[in-house]
Design a protein around this ligand. Structure first.
Ligand code: ADP
Length: 590
């Protein structure tokens, strides 16, 4: 039986039932004895009245037996009882039910003995009549003649009526008790429900809390200890809800951090299964849905797997720079930390992968740059030194040689100057020392001015410069000098790498949708081989070193252009077909 109210209600009911049965039994017995006692008193009174009315005490019993018999006979119906007169020796003188002669001595009857032998005022007995065959109540009183007990007047009634009355009494009692029990049962149920309602509510709320429904509260009104309990449960629920909210918030924060971390994170448990990864880890590994898989199946690098193995084995932090080749070549700074329990057992490991490919590449670029700079500087300096020494060794006395060598020395120092200026410019842009004198710039105007600047170069090679044909002026917010620097570099490259009689054109288009402009510089020159296209923006990178040097290039022009464009928030693209021509497109925000 699960319902508490049913238990309490039933307990109440059973208790009441037992009490009522006991009370009923005793009250029944009590009423029976009271009733019997009343009957005894009534019979005693009847006997005494009979003694007076029949004047039995005035006559000799034995000698008037027949008369007494005939006198008593009619009275039987009146008092509705059997009347018996017994003499001193126990013989029956008269009896209203039976023939007195047929009845034996009654001396052995207890009620008679009480009166005749013990001299009691009244003798009472109940028993089954041997004469009549059913239970009777006998009341005997002495018949006194001249102060001497002469005989006994006995009145008896059938106990059947008494028993009937008692039976009736029992029936009534049972009926009343039955009705009372139904009523009590109902009241018990109501009371039990009222008592258990708050308890049930407390149980329900506790179950809710166990099932993570922390918003659940006890709302019913109670009093006493149950109210205290309800308050405690509500406080518990409130503090649980608050704690869970904090945990959830922390979890969200932690999740947010881990999910957005630029390093790959992988949590591995002691069974070597992946418990958690972040998007960066999936990107590095090139696979999604890693949770639940074994790390040695997922990490496609022997070095990485070995590092995790070592951490699991040694229970110490492991770090190594590892290059992976799948899904793409990456240099990773791999860190594996053990997660240890309080007892020092390993419960898992955290694998952190930092992609340091770009850092390493930049480091390479830097050291290459230093080597390149030294190399690039060395060439003109060697030339300067060589020609100066030759002149000093006597060549200066030959005027033609002097002039020739001094011209070379001037060209080389110009180159050296250009190189140093370009390097300084690049370093200035890199350090973001670009002054930001933003102004409204008419792009067409800048293009034409720049074309004028390079026109002598173009003229030498009879290259046609085609300016943009714009319907309306294109105005952008930019730094005029920087824009000019971009155009000079692109235009002079186009002129340098286009053979005689070629064409170099500039076009400007506006993209209203994303608020940008595109400046294209197109030539029909030698073009750039596909293998070099990705590298032409690198410092000192030249497709044809000899040719570039011959043209006076430093190999820094496009690097500078790219840096300026990017520092303006724009981008540069190149399309080229070897032998047909090249198009550089600079996209700048307006
Ligand atoms: P440089 O000073 O050598 O011109 P740049 O950085 O300006 O250096 O250019 C890098 C290389 O890109 C050049 O050496 C050249 O080979 C190639 N290049 C640049 N512009 C063009 C062009 N318009 N047509 C063909 N090749 C070009």
């Amino acid at each position: 039986m699960k319902k508490l109210w049913l238990k309490i209600g039933l307990s109440f009911f059973i208790l009441f039932f037992i009490v009522m049965v006991i009370v009923g039994f005793f009250s029944g017995e009590l009423m029976k004895s009271v009733y019997l006692h009343m009957k005894e008193n009534q019979l005693q009174d009847d006997a005494k009245i009979l003694l007076t009315t029949t004047k039995l005490e005035d006559v000799d019993l034995d000698q008037n037996a027949d008369k007494i018999q005939s006198d008593l006979k009619p009275l039987e119906d009146k008092i509705d009882a059997r009347i018996t007169v017994i003499d001193q020796s126990g013989d029956v003188i008269a009896d209203t039910k039976e023939d007195p002669h047929s009845l034996g001595s009654h001396m052995n009857r207890p009620e008679v003995q009480e009166v005749l032998e013990q001299g009691e005022e009244v003798g009472i007995a109940t028993r089954k009549s041997s004469t009549l065959g059913y239970s009777m109540l006998y009341v005997a009183v002495p018949i006194t003649h001249n102060g001497v007990t002469d005989g006994v007047l006995r009145i008896s009634i059938s106990l059947e009526s008494v028993e009937k009355a008692v039976h009736q009494l029992w029936l009534s009692l049972t009926l009343i008790f039955g009705l009372a029990l139904i009523f009590i049962g109902f009241i018990s149920a109501v009371i039990a429900r009222r008592i258990t309602r708050p308890v049930n509510e407390i149980i329900d709320v506790s179950m809710d809390l166990a099932n993570h429904r922390y918003y659940s509260r006890i709302t019913g009104k109670t009093n006493g200890e149950l109210q205290d309990l309800s308050l405690s449960v509500n406080q518990l629920a409130q503090s649980l809800e608050k704690q869970m909210q904090e945990i959830e918030l922390n979890q969200q924060r932690l999740n947010g951090i881990v999910q957005n971390l630029v390093s790959g994170v992988m949590l591995i448990d002691q069974r070597k299964l992946i418990v958690m990864t972040n998007p960066m880890m999936e990107q590095i590994i090139g696979e999604k849905g890693l949770t639940g898989k074994a790390y040695y199946e997922v990490l496609k690098s022997f070095a990485l797997t070995q590092l995790v193995d070592q951490c699991l084995e040694k229970k110490t932090f492991q770090q190594e720079e590892i290059t992976i080749y799948f899904p793409r070549e990456l240099i990773l700074d791999a860190n594996v930390s053990p997660i240890l329990s309080k007892t020092g057992n390993i419960t898992g490991v955290i694998l952190l992968l930092h992609d340091i490919t770009e850092i390493r590449r930049l480091e390479n670029v830097r050291s290459e740059f230093v080597a390149n700079v030294s190399h690039e500087l060395k060439t003109p300096v060697t030339a300067l030194k060589g020609f100066a020494e030759t002149l000093l060794d006597g060549a200066m006395y030959d005027e033609a040689l002097l002039k020739k060598f001094l011209t070379i020395i001037k060209e080389e120092s110009d180159r050296l100057h250009r190189l140093i200026m370009d390097i300084l410019e690049l370093s200035r842009i890199e350090q973001k020392h670009v002054s930001m004198n933003m102004e409204q710039v008419d792009v067409e105007d800048v293009v034409i001015t720049t074309m004028d600047t390079v026109s002598s170069m173009a003229l030498e090679k009879r290259i046609q410069l085609v300016p943009p044909n714009l319907a309306s002026p294109v105005i952008i917010q930019a730094e005029r000098d920087r824009l000019q620097q971009i155009l000079i570099n692109l235009l002079s490259n186009a002129i340098v790498y286009t053979p005689q009689d070629g064409t170099v054109s500039v076009d400007v288009t506006e993209n209203e949708a994303n608020g940008t402009i595109a400046i294209t510089v197109t030539d029909n020159g030698i073009g750039i081989p596909v293998k070099d296209i990705d590298r032409i923006f690198e410092r000192f990178y030249r497709v044809d070193r000899a040719r570039s040097r011959h043209s006076g290039g430093t190999g820094l022009g496009l690097s500078i252009v790219k840096h300026i464009v990017e520092s303006c928030g724009g981008q540069i693209q190149v399309e080229s077909i070897e032998g047909s021509g090249t198009t550089f497109t600079v996209i700048l925000p307006k």
